[in-house]
Write a protein of this length. Structure first.
Length: 268
């Protein structure tokens, strides 16, 4: 049976479902925690006689997680009755593509598909030293943070983000102490955000080193700093990376990340 959740009061069985896979569910859990009755976002909870088998967030992104095909079919049936406005589908690959096959005829043609994105995790001390020049960003760094973030976004999806939303999110993360940078004068040499916190994990987003500075270890030592400086948010840190980005994968391995699953992203 399908239930709709539109408040941040998350039932205990849903929390249990999310907490079984902290890294895979960090982003999903963070969005559920932000739900409120006036929001246009909602979550779908699918329960069978065996308990929760699916949780899907519907907002700017569609974030599905299923443990049964019944959950996927019920979610697809609900989505078929709605006006769909999300711009991407993100999550574990099996859930993403199962749902995509059921609803793709309702949606615009995918403009970009990232089919294999290793999901990486670290819950131990990083294997390498920190970069002492990596610090929390402040409002004084805002314009440089936004510029670096936009450059990263364009490099990833091929077009710029919505600038007003992007600015608002950058301000939010800086104010919450979740953006870390290495700044040299008027240039940012490294940036990373704690983009989501939930289900016992913190998910790192927006990792960026300018092209001219790559290959020098700035990203690796910067990431080690982020891991140490963000420990208070959750016991595990995680991120997902494109499978073809071999340099980034080697950098994360150097820090001490290990692969725990696989994500996929479909951009519409």
């Amino acid at each position: 049976m399908l239930h709709i959740l539109n408040s941040s009061h998350i039932p205990e069985d849903v929390r249990d479902f999310l907490n079984r896979k902290p890294e895979a569910h960090s982003f999903l859990a963070s969005r559920l925690q932000a739900l409120h009755e006036r929001s246009r976002s909602e979550a779908l909870i699918y329960r069978s006689q065996f308990g929760v088998e699916g949780v899907t967030y519907i907002g700017a992104n569609l974030l599905p997680s299923f443990t049964s095909r019944g959950a996927a079919f019920a979610t697809a049936d609900y989505l078929k009755s709605r006006a769909l406005t999300f711009s991407s589908i993100v999550g574990e690959g099996e859930s993403v593509f199962t749902l995509w096959e059921l609803i793709k005829f309702l949606l615009p043609r995918a403009r970009l598909v990232r089919e294999h994105q290793p999901l990486l995790s670290i819950s131990t001390e990083p294997l390498i030293p920190s970069d002492p020049k990596v610090l929390l960003a402040t409002r004084d760094d805002l314009e440089l943070v936004i510029s670096a973030g936009i450059e990263m976004f364009i490099g990833e999806v091929g077009e710029p983000p919505n600038l007003s939303d992007f600015r608002a999110r950058a301000i939010e993360l800086i104010d919450e102490g979740r953006t870390f940078i290495r700044r040299e004068g008027d240039e940012i040499l490294f940036k990373a955000d704690i983009g989501a916190i939930g289900a016992g994990a913190r998910q790192i987003h927006g990792v960026w080193v300018p092209v001219a500075y790559r290959g020098r270890g700035i990203g690796s030592y910067g990431m080690a700093s982020v891991i140490r400086l963000s420990n208070s948010f959750a016991p595990r840190a995680c991120l997902y990376v494109n499978d073809f980005n071999l340099a980034a994968r080697a950098s994360y391995k150097k820090v001490g990340f290990v692969e725990v699953g696989e994500f996929a992203s479909i951009f519409l």
